[in-house]
Design a protein around this ligand. Structure first.
Ligand code: G3I
Length: 336
């Protein structure tokens, strides 16, 4: 239709992206994508369980499809993600005898060798296509004294999995910006740990180029000022920053559930989108991209998480029409 393109609501240097699966690459979803966005992120197709379900046996169909689609349509690709504690096959953490790995020097060497082989294959394959990689995802846990998530990666290798991941990614994908990506960076204690980790890695010469803020927020949390500080707190590190998985749940409570979601709430969401995106635009000099975790409300992970319920977190509605959230970004004078 003739509504303004979402990407035109941001300065040129800020790529506007959407997370996609195969269904978003055809039909009305693809039309929307090609009209409004600059970039795609694979919602699942590049994760370890999708690309290397069995050791050394790579399955590229889904990821290749998205990359080829993006190439044909002039869209950039954000790679997501090389190392995570979720959606990683169990074999990765089994020792030479097939038992669950415990922290030993042999297991550490084996795990880092698997990590290296995986990144060589995946990041190497897409080196000409992916402009930014989430090299490691969700490594911070602010409830730990040192702020590091107690994943198998951390238990077995300490920080070495992060160091290895970035160094190998740089070697095989030298043109990609390499990101550390996390959620809830709006929480001051969490982002302080992330900030200090990035500072340490950079001081060691680990090639970290960017910090990704997932920014899964909701209708009431966090305050807009906290969102701005989320960006400004990293400026001293001299890294790129992107919003990598934006959405805004209509719920501020894990157990509420509306059916249907009241129209007034969607208008309220539109005003909050206005305020949040005004803040992100004020910080646009520090941002190189804003990616939404999905295109329309017809397909959003939040209908499964934290409970099954209708949620409408994105700029386009379940029929891919512009909703108040869209107008909050693009032209708040058109909000009801
Ligand atoms: O692949 C199986 C399929 O074989 C099976 O038939 C189907 C039945 O439910 O499940 C499929 O797996 C699902 C997978 O998505 C692929 O569709 C999983 O159950 C489901 O849990 C998984 O959810 C994904 C989630 O990450 C899991 O960690 C979401 O789609 C994806 O949007 C979400 O993305 C994460 C980011 O990677 C990191 N940040 C948070 C974000 C939202 O949770």
């Amino acid at each position: 239709t003739d509504i303004p393109a979402l990407r035109d609501a941001f300065p040129e240097h800020v790529r506007v992206g959407g997370a996609v699966e195969r269904p978003e690459t055809v039909g009305v979803h693809a039309e929307l994508l090609e009209r409004h966005y600059d970039s795609v992120t694979a919602g699942n197709a590049m994760k370890w369980d999708a690309t290397e379900p069995t050791e050394g046996q790579f399955t590229w169909d889904e990821a290749d499809h998205i990359v080829e689609y993006a190439r044909e349509n002039g869209l950039g690709v954000r790679g997501h993600t090389l190392v995570w504690h979720n959606q990683t096959p169990a074999w990765v953490f089994r020792d030479a005898d097939g038992a669950e790995m415990t922290p030993t020097p042999e297991n550490k060497a084996l795990l880092l060798a698997r990590l290296e082989a995986h990144i060589r294959a995946v990041a190497g394959r897409y080196a000409d296509d992916v402009y930014a990689w989430d090299v490691v995802n969700e490594v911070i846990d602010e409830s730990q004294p040192d702020g590091m998530r107690r994943s198998k990666w951390y238990e077995i290798t300490g920080l070495d999995y992060i160091r290895t991941a970035f160094r190998v990614a740089r070697e095989v994908a030298p043109d990609a910006k390499l990101y550390i990506n996390d959620y809830n960076t709006e929480i001051p204690a969490k982002r302080a740990f992330l900030h200090d980790l990035v500072a340490q890695l950079k001081a060691e010469g680990v090639p970290v180029d960017g910090v990704g803020h997932q920014m899964h927020i909701n209708i009431a949390w966090p305050a807009v000022g906290e969102i701005e500080r989320t960006i400004t707190d990293f400026v001293d590190l001299d890294v790129e920053q992107q919003i990598t998985e934006f959405d805004m749940s209509v719920y501020d409570n894990p157990t509420d559930s509306y059916d249907p979601v009241p129209a007034e709430l969607l208008v309220e969401q539109g005003y909050r989108y206005r305020d949040v995106f005004a803040a992100l635009r004020r910080q646009a000099d520090h941002l190189t991209g804003i990616t939404f975790w999905g295109l329309g409300d017809d397909r959003t992970w939040l209908t499964q998480f934290p409970i099954a319920r209708i949620d409408l977190p994105l700029p386009f509605d379940q029929r891919l029409q512009a909703k108040p959230a869209y107008w909050g970004i693009v032209d708040p004078t058109r909000l009801p």
